[in-house]
Ligand binder design. Structure first.
Ligand code: C5P
Length: 401
């Protein structure tokens, strides 16, 4: 299925362009959102109106159209897609891609793209077999462009040979294969805790901390992108909900623990929340009043340790339990001790000493401490930390049922 996937379809000029209309229907039937770019030559074969009706979106064609550029620049067109599909990919467009030209909207989008590209070539068989086209294909394949087809058959020009565009269902199959390969955690379940907890003193006051939830939310987003069914159990934060993630909003540590237990079984649990270590022993039923200048004494009791709880042996223990350690000195030694104490599999230790800006910042410096090995990661954005962690998780779970 392609639910939540965004495909940018580039339709170049060839008789096979009429099949791109059916391709849009088949991609959308499977849940994908499709946005189309139509080249000038492509618009000789299909109209912007039919593509627009089938995509239920605007069709983009002009590089220098002021309205297109103000609403949706050519850079954003590719940024907002998960995959770019070119169908039909003509000999001319492949040649322009190979050369890195940017002389119309389609080629400019392709040059500016940071997304995977899947091309379905379609052309006369002599054009296909020409050494110039074959050299372009080799170059594009070496740069990571994927190809589906062409197939052998009768051509619109009356000749026979390789060069017919793959059928829409074969292009859809190639799109599905692409997403299956980029979803190493498909079929896995994951839970992530994120953000601070709020521990009530009375109905209006609470004890909390400065956690932004940025790292935990980024991990949940990366797990979902890798295909895991992901539940994010979060304390109050200002972070937007990551796409494709089931949200469970809680306030206190005890609520977070209960939500985690409800979410089991999972294959992997990542505890990135800054759980309050203590909570007021008793929550006052009414707002506490100033009492003739006497400040109240608040007694605290310890909160449950969620990471340690999830790590306890038992048949509901996740195959992989990962915790964080915020340290200001002797980072790796403290992380090793914490891993042993909590019973989890991995600790991601980060340096939160003054001046690192880790708390609430965009970047993190992480050491991965596992029983079997340790890795020092370079300083990188929290999104990059999340991507790298998810890659490690996929590698580790690849060997398990
Ligand atoms: O013991 P410390 O708070 O340093 O441990 C940090 C790790 O333990 C983090 O992964 C945090 O999410 C987790 N933790 C927890 N429940 C607590 C305290 C910490 O899950 N009560």
């Amino acid at each position: 299925m392609l639910h939540g996937k965004r495909i940018l379809l580039i339709v170049a000029g060839g008789i096979a362009a009429y099949k791109s209309l059916e391709l849009v229907r088949r991609l959308r039937e499977r849940g994908a959102a499709v946005r189309a770019v139509l080249t000038a030559a492509g618009s000789q074969f299909v109209t912007p109106l039919s593509l627009s009706a089938l995509t239920e979106d605007k069709v983009y064609g002009e590089l220098f159209s002021l309205t297109d550029e103000s609403e949706m620049g050519h850079i954003r067109l590719s940024r907002e897609a998960d995959l770019i599909v070119i169908a039909p990919a003509t000999a001319d467009l492949l040649a322009r891609m190979a050369q890195g030209r940017a002389d119309d909207l389609a080629s400019t989008v392709l040059l500016a793209a940071d997304k995977p590209v899947l091309a379905a070539p379609a052309m006369n068989h002599r054009m296909w077999l020409h050494p110039a086209t074959q050299a372009n294909l080799e170059l594009l394949a070496a740069r990571g462009v994927g190809f589906v087809g062409p197939v052998e058959g009768d051509m619109a020009c009356g000749e026979h040979g390789p060069g017919r565009m793959a059928e829409p269902h074969d292009i859809v199959a190639a799109v599905l294969d692409h997403f299956a390969a980029s979803a190493p955690l498909a079929g896995r379940r994951a839970l992530v805790t994120s953000g601070p907890t709020h521990e009530a003193i009375d109905p209006v006051r609470y004890v909390a901390n400065r956690s932004s939830g940025r790292q935990g939310h980024a991990i949940a987003a990366a797990l979902a992108r890798a295909g895991a069914e992901t539940v994010l159990i979060t304390g109050p934060t200002h972070e937007p909900d990551p796409p494709g993630v089931a949200m469970r909003r809680i306030e206190s540590a005890r609520e977070m623990f209960a939500a985690c237990r409800d979410t089991l079984p999972v294959d992997v649990a990542v505890c990135a929340a800054a759980v309050s270590d203590w909570r007021p022993a008793a929550e006052a039923g009414q707002k506490m009043k100033k009492n003739g200048g006497d400040a109240p004494e608040i007694a605290f009791v310890e909160n449950p340790d969620i990471l340690a709880g999830l790590s306890e042996p038992g048949n509901r223990r996740p195959a992989l339990v990962i915790g964080f350690a915020a340290e200001t000195e002797s980072i790796v030694e403290h992380a090793r001790a914490k891993r042993a104490r909590k019973g989890c599999d991995w600790i991601l230790a980060n340096d939160v000493s003054q001046g690192t800006g880790t708390f609430g910042g965009e970047e993190n410096t992480v050491h991965l401490v596992a029983a079997e090995d340790e890795e020092a990661w370079p300083r990188m954005t929290k999104t990059a930390v999340a991507e790298r962690l998810v890659q490690r998780i996929a590698e580790r779970l690849a060997g398990t049922a």
